[in-house]
Design a protein around this ligand. Structure first.
Ligand SMILES: NC(=O)c1ccc[n+]([C@@H]2O[C@H](COP(=O)([O-])OP(=O)(O)OC[C@H]3O[C@@H](n4cnc5c(N)ncnc54)[C@H](OP(=O)(O)O)[C@@H]3O)[C@@H](O)[C@H]2O)c1
Length: 330
């Protein structure tokens, strides 16, 4: 067991501390809600305090039972945990309902962060395949995004949510919305791993005091089928990473986590088998400057979540979701 007080913390824009590493809870359509909840139940006494949940992961009620049991057994108090959830795309017009449901399912009284999971209301069903399209999908709309965001601001005013999070954003989208927000976002969750670092986005967020949460920090080796393409690169099989792992006598996963924390982002690895080792990554020998530089050089634009299932009628292809030419398609 690790003493949670030993885990380093980052600081949010208002001075609140947040653990430098969190546990992912998306079963990737492969791991059952019960198995994820069992891992959460065991992770709390092992020292984990930050949990990245989401309504659409379909397991918040099971995870809530694990939280409740840890409160009832006196292992932790609610205020010891940092619980994050996300509003799914089909609830953008009913954010309060979604938030209250997540709080009820997670049995947690309030959320430390509520994220807007995707910046548009394009719903896809769980377990769908890569060719699945929703005819009601539409491109990003500033007005719709701001409406969703303002609903979360009201939840902050009510005391149900402590911080606001955004996710799967791009710089062009941030440029259009940030200036209109009454309560700034504290965190932005984005795909970030050694072969997909999003340096420009990372720097942009940092300059605005928005802390990056890096999802798929290990390159998500067991991600859903819809997110696997033949040209995808496996981060943890990169020779340079293997070499660094050998030097530190650890699995390459641990090196990915150390790199993320030392760079200044919160990695949220999912694991039902290796969560103890993953938490230890925050405490054991740091990477050298040379190792950090070697990992920086692994960047190769290896985006894994292309997001095809969110495309709208008339969109060209998944590149339209990411505003790569600086223009938001309308
Ligand atoms: N905001 C968003 O849109 C978004 C999108 C995707 C994901 N997320 C969040 O990010 C979290 C992490 O992403 P992810 O689960 O796709 O990918 P990931 O954390 O990069 O990879 C998870 C996989 O790595 C394995 N693993 C973990 N630690 C390991 C270790 N020390 N040694 C060897 N293997 C290890 C796990 O297997 P074992 O279980 O066997 O350890 C699991 O199969 C999700 O759970 C979710 O909370 C957010």
């Amino acid at each position: 067991m690790i003493n949670p007080a030993d885990i380093p913390h980052f600081t949010l824009y208002n001075g609140d501390p947040i653990p430098c590493i969190g546990m992912g809870t998306f079963g990737s359509d492969r791991v059952s809600p019960e198995a994820v909840a069992d891992a959460v139940a065991a992770a709390i006494p092992a020292g984990w305090r930050l949990f990245d949940c989401a309504a659409c992961y379909g397991n918040e009620d099971k995870i809530g039972s694990a939280f409740r049991a840890s409160f009832d057994k006196g292992i932790v108090k609610r205020s010891d945990l940092f619980i994050m959830s996300k509003v799914w795309n089909d609830m953008h017009r009913r954010v309060a309902e979604s938030c209250r449901r997540s709080i009820r399912d997670l049995q947690c009284d309030y959320l430390d962060v509520l994220f807007i999971h995707w910046p548009f209301p394009n719903y896809h069903a769980p377990f769908c395949d890569v060719d699945s399209r929703n005819p009601d999908s539409r491109p990003f709309s500033v007005a719709e995004f701001l409406d969703t965001y303002r609903q979360i601001e009201s939840l902050v005013d009510e005391g149900l949510v402590r911080h606001i999070g955004i996710s799967n954003m791009t710089i062009p989208k941030l440029e259009t919305v940030l200036k209109h927000l009454r309560i700034p976002p504290a965190l932005c969750e984005s795909e970030m791993h050694p072969c997909f670092q999003q340096q420009e986005l990372f720097d942009y967020l940092k300059a605005r005091n928005i802390l990056s949460v890096g999802y798929m920090p290990l390159g998500s080796p067991r991600r859903p089928e819809r997110d696997i393409l033949p040209d995808d690169i496996a981060d943890m099989q990169q020779p340079e990473l293997l070499k660094i792992a050998e030097a530190h006598h650890c699995h390459p996963a641990i090196i990915c986590l150390k790199w993320a924390i030392q760079r200044g982002q919160i990695p949220i690895p999912f694991s039902i088998h290796n969560y103890e080792a993953n938490l230890e990554a925050a405490l054991t020998e740091p990477l050298t400057d040379a190792e950090m530089s070697a990992i920086a050089a692994l960047e190769c634009n290896n985006r894994l979540v292309k997001g095809q299932v969110f495309l709208w009628p008339g969109a060209n292809d998944w590149h339209d979701l990411w505003d790569e030419d600086g223009i938001i398609p309308s």
